[in-house]
Design a protein around this ligand. Structure first.
Ligand code: TXA
Ligand code: MG
Length: 346
């Protein structure tokens, strides 16, 4: 199949809409990452998403809408979701709702809940409006690769597998949406993202829990609340190790570890804050943004993780950021890329 890469314009939206209505797949930009979309009501189309990504069938998809009027045929919305939709939609918040029969079981991997999100990216909104369908879309990467934040990333993984990629430039947030469960008692963040725990808590005026496996590996006896959390994700081929501790200890420790590995013949590098690039100049520094701007780290992270593979690194040492605000989402993705391997520098 020939994969076309088109700029967003009226004729592109028309093409995308035709493809989606005929059961095909379209990759499109959102404010978080690129999505790989299909008509959520078309079972066969949904199955072809799993085939294109090599995604396990038991990992459910998010349904994207552009208008709240689309909700009623798809799901029952939990009461507490309404103030959150008011505050954060359109935007990077996915809310679990109770699935209605119109949603094929393939979308939800047989679960009684369906994940719903209204993206804010103008290109995503225009495409959703043009087709006027609920669009099931996971991130547009091959399963196990970092999510794509540029059209070039999508092309790397999907060339020849899908007919159309809409190129909307680099995604703003850079990490996937927050997935929030309001269907099982207290609110629980299953996957942290652009809408933070603190933001949700301030609207709901109550505590919001974070699933235990967000900052540590899932235990063997533990069921994943969100099936996606079970899989090894965001994993570059390199062995990634996080280095935490006091700033004045971390930088020399990263340098020592990196140069040791290099001396053993392993191609090595560091992921460090802009402020530390100069001190680590002999360690092939990859700049993760300023220590004062965690949203910049979120924005760059997946592109950096992809580049590690392209450049053939074997050992990577990374700084960490406090797991607060968007930092929680960054540390969830970075932690999983490192299989939660961490060295203490003090
Ligand atoms: O920002 C995003 O959310 C992007 C863009 C394209 O919208 N999409 C995305 O989809 O990241 P995906 O499929 O890569 O991740 C969806 C996550 C998975 O971890 C999945 O297990 C979880 O949401 N999920 C979906 N439906 C669920 C459900 N009913 N119950 C629990 N978890 C669910
Ligand atoms: Mg994904």
């Amino acid at each position: 199949m020939n994969t076309r890469l088109l700029s967003p314009c009226e004729s592109t939206y028309k093409d995308a809409s035709e493809i989606l209505k005929n059961g095909g797949l379209v990759a499109f930009p959102t404010e978080t990452v690129y999505g790989l979309g299909a008509n959520a009501l078309d079972r066969q189309a949904v199955l072809s998403i799993f085939a294109a990504k090599g995604r396990p069938a038991d990992n459910p998809l998010i349904v994207h809408i552009h208008d709240r009027n689309q909700l009623d045929p798809l799901c029952d919305v939990p009461e507490r979701a309404f103030p959150l939709m008011e505050a954060f939609w359109p935007g990077p918040l996915t809310i679990l709702c109770v699935r209605k029969p119109a949603v094929p079981a393939e979308v939800t991997a047989g679960l009684p809940t369906v994940a719903i999100r209204m993206p804010s990216h103008p290109v995503a909104r225009a495409m959703l409006q043009a087709c006027n369908l609920p669009v099931a879309a996971p991130s547009a990467n091959s399963s196990g690769r970092p999510s794509p934040t540029t059209a070039a990333h999508v092309l790397e993984d999907m060339d020849g597998k899908i007919p159309l990629i809409i190129d909307g430039g680099m995604c703003d947030v850079g990490l996937e949406s927050t997935v929030l469960d309001l269907c099982h008692g207290e609110p629980v963040i299953l996957r942290p993202g652009g809408i933070t725990r603190e933001m949700i808590s301030s609207v709901l005026k109550c505590d919001v829990a974070v699933a235990g496996s967000v900052l540590r590996p899932l235990r063997e006896d533990e069921t994943a609340l969100s099936p996606g959390m079970r899989y090894r994700h965001y994993a570059p081929k390199a062995v990634v190790t996080l280095v935490s501790g006091k700033e004045d200890r971390v930088v020399p420790m990263m340098r020592k570890l990196c140069l040791e590995q290099e001396a053993l013949g392993k191609k090595s590098c560091v992921l460090c804050f802009s402020e530390h690039v100069t001190s680590l100049s002999d360690c092939r520094p990859h700049d993760i943004g300023s220590v004062t701007a965690p949203s910049e780290t979120a924005h760059r992270l997946f592109d950096i993780l992809r580049s590690l593979d392209d450049e053939g690194f074997e050992m990577v040492f990374s700084e960490v950021i406090p797991p607060e605000g968007i930092g929680l989402a960054v540390m969830n993705r970075l932690g999983r890329a490192a299989s939660f391997r961490c060295v203490q520098a003090d």
